[in-house]
Design a protein around this ligand. Structure first.
Ligand SMILES: NC(=O)c1ccc[n+]([C@@H]2O[C@H](COP(=O)([O-])OP(=O)(O)OC[C@H]3O[C@@H](n4cnc5c(N)ncnc54)[C@H](OP(=O)(O)O)[C@@H]3O)[C@@H](O)[C@H]2O)c1
Length: 386
């Protein structure tokens, strides 16, 4: 693959028609993998939008220009890749990880821009699951005579955007469950002591996970017993997630880090029996309170509300009872389980997922494992709820 060229240099590289290689002869996978690499430059910075990479290549595979979507409201990847061209060279091909959009969002439709710039060949990694697009971008281009291929490195392109793929279809945040457990799946001693079950490397990775989600969620008992800071303390300059606590009556002690540290937004998800005095107290501490229609806030209700506040990704850090509610309502996407070699082996010690109260094996939640990685003295197991 050649070096990137400035658009002004492109005309020198236009080959006579007879020398142009057919569309199929370049190694397109390499070009799409380069577009994927570009997309990843903005990982965790574009929510609610997907990460997208695009590049324009000549028939020999030389990259003429490239771009990626950097953050919401900023240019889409295709716009960046085509900027500077009045009209793209007719033999050039645009590689883009996600189908060009066909609707007006914060920016005009990219499919129209491609037509305006007279792009003749487009290779798309995967279709856009957004119901407003969902094949319309590709259809529009084909209607106007553009040669469009869809599905190159498709799974890699789909895998770029787990959060977007979920929320744009369901209007619910993508949920990751994170727990640090003993070898027998316990998250604390019978006394409640839980610091620390896993070692420094696993805890550092936990902070990285925090920076990769827009918000962290805990139950009221975890706030009470652990007084966690719920901040990302390992990645300077990375984002700090919004901190969220589920607490039916909003009984959160004034001295907790949750109330004392006002640097990032905090939300309490409460029930309808919360006292006015407590509501006012929390609000006076700068906390946004969501009051559910039920005495105990249901997880689905909370997720719908949080989504309307723009939260597309959530890291649930426990404890067991809250995790159990997420699992019971089937509202979990990903699991990140840090497994320590320590064995607690006490029936009174809480397990990471509480009591789901399911009688038949056929009905239990089933995670499909994706990876197992050693992390210091611990293991990180990741999986997806089937
Ligand atoms: N090792 C780890 O990774 C880890 C992580 C976190 C916690 N922990 C440990 O876990 C223990 C706390 O866990 P826990 O199971 O006792 O409590 P928890 O899950 O932290 O909190 C449960 C409480 O949250 C409130 N809540 C509100 N809405 C809820 C809903 N829809 N579903 C469930 N709960 C809801 C309820 O209290 P209200 O009545 O006040 O609403 C409920 O009793 C601590 O010992 C802590 O150290 C370990």
């Amino acid at each position: 693959m050649g070096d990137s060229l400035m658009p002004s240099e492109v005309s020198e590289f236009i080959l006579p028609q007879s020398m142009i290689l057919p569309f199929e002869t370049v190694i397109p996978e390499e070009l799409m993998q380069e577009a994927i690499r570009l997309a990843r430059k903005a990982e965790y910075q574009t929510e609610p939008n997907p990460i997208v990479g695009a590049l324009l290549a000549d028939p020999q595979g030389n990259i003429l220009s490239s771009g990626f979507h950097q953050k919401p409201g900023k240019a889409h990847a295709e716009v960046m890749a085509l900027q500077g061209f009045e009209q793209v060279p007719p033999e050039a091909t645009l590689y883009v990880t996600l189908e060009p959009c066909s609707h007006f969002g914060k920016t005009p439709p990219c499919a129209e821009l491609l037509l305006q710039k007279q792009v003749k060949q487009v290779v798309v990694g995967c279709l856009d699951p957004n119901p407003l697009v969902a094949g319309r971008g590709v259809a529009l281009l084909r209607e106007k005579g553009v040669q469009v291929k869809v599905g190159l490195c498709e799974q890699d392109c789909i895998d770029l955007n787990p959060v977007f793929n979920k929320h744009i279809v369901t209007h619910l945040p993508y949920v990751t469950l994170k727990a640090a457990t003993s070898l027998d799946g316990k998250i604390a001693m019978p006394s409640g002591e839980s610091q620390w079950i896993t070692g420094a490397e696993a805890r550092a990775y936990g902070h990285l996970l925090r920076s990769r989600h827009q918000a962290i969620v805990v139950g009221s008992q975890t706030l009470l017993k652990d007084n966690p800071q719920l901040t990302n303390r390992i990645e300077p300059g990375q984002r700090q997630p919004i901190r969220i606590a589920f607490s039916s009556l909003g009984n959160i002690q004034e001295e907790t880090s949750f109330l004392q540290n006002q640097e990032t937004q905090r939300i309490v998800v409460a029930g309808c029996e919360i006292k006015d005095k407590q509501l006012q107290f929390l609000q006076s501490m700068g906390v946004k309170v969501l009051v559910a229609p039920t005495a105990r806030p249901a997880v689905r209700w909370a997720l719908e509300e949080l989504y309307t506040l723009g939260i597309c990704s959530l890291l649930v850090e426990g404890g067991a009872e809250l995790v159990g509610s997420f699992l019971q309502e089937g509202l979990v996407d990903q699991l990140c389980l840090f497994l320590s070699g320590k064995l607690i082996a006490s029936p009174e010690a809480p397990a990471w997922c509480g009591n789901l109260g399911i009688s038949h094996l056929a009905d239990v939640p089933h995670f499909k494992f994706k990876s197992v990685k050693p992390m210091g003295d611990d293991l990180l197991i990741t999986g997806y709820l089937q």
